[in-house]
Design a protein around this ligand. Structure first.
Ligand SMILES: Nc1nc2c(ncn2[C@@H]2O[C@H](COP(=O)(O)OP(=O)(O)OP(=O)(O)O)[C@@H](O)[C@H]2O)c(=O)[nH]1
Ligand SMILES: [Mg+2]
Length: 203
């Protein structure tokens, strides 16, 4: 076994409808910020964040994809190698939930079988405008082997929690295997450079 000072890298992807709040969730997680008028993502944006999860140091490497339909064909490049995916919908927008289900179907059909998939019902602060009932989403998640949380990038509710839960599940899965064969997407390597700062670039 590796000592805990070794670094686990988790490559992950966010998928979901335009405006569901993918970039806002990442921005909240990585920089602790929220902006009311977040610009729509073009292509995809990459972020990273290194944190302690249990006794391990985990580097999250995050592809924030663009929800606009014209970028749909790029998505497999990001989800095929991902150890985890967060499929995001907006609780105040039923169409975004329908879109989220399509993403789950696509991941199940064309993604990697081992990818941990989380379903995030974002904008949980918009209770008065709710269109997707929590029970409906919970049942759908259970039926499809996803784990589910309602989140709010605005208030920060459950944002760190969903990323931590993903890391915990992956680390547990890895502990059950030989770490040498854990694969490229969740790899352990010497903790030479632990950064707490985020980096981001858009293309
Ligand atoms: N009230 C509320 N608004 C949110 C929340 N998350 C995001 N928003 C707002 O919703 C809008 C869209 O958010 P984005 O993060 O750009 O959505 P996206 O999924 O990245 O959209 P694309 O990049 O176009 O695919 C922005 O104006 C955000 O401020 C939230 O939790 N609550
Ligand atoms: Mg975006």
């Amino acid at each position: 076994m590796f000592p805990s000072s070794y670094l686990n890298s988790i490559l992950m992807v966010l998928l979901g409808d335009v405006g569901a709040g993918k970039s806002s969730l990442v921005l909240r997680f990585v920089k602790g910020q929220f902006v009311e008028f977040q610009e729509s993502t073009i292509g995809a944006a990459f972020f990273s964040q290194t944190l302690a999860v249990n006794d391990e140091t985990v580097k999250f490497e995050i592809w924030d994809t663009a929800g606009q339909e014209r970028y749909h064909s790029l998505a497999p490049m990001y989800y095929r190698g991902a150890a985890a995916a967060i499929v995001v919908y907006d609780i105040s927008n039923q169409a975004s939930f329908t879109r989220a289900k399509k993403w789950v179907q696509e991941l199940q059909a064309q993604g990697n079988q081992n990818t941990v998939v989380a379903l995030a019902g974002n904008k949980a602060d918009l209770l008065e405008a709710r269109e997707v009932q929590i029970e409906e989403a919970k049942t759908y998640a259970q039926e499809n082997g996803l784990f589910f949380m309602e989140t709010s990038a605005k208030t920060a509710t459950n944002v760190n929690d969903i990323f931590y839960e993903i890391a915990k599940r992956l680390l547990q899965g890895q502990a059950a295997q030989n770490p040498q064969t854990a694969g490229m997407v969740l790899s352990q390597r010497p903790n030479e450079r632990v950064v707490s700062a985020a980096s981001c670039c858009s293309s």
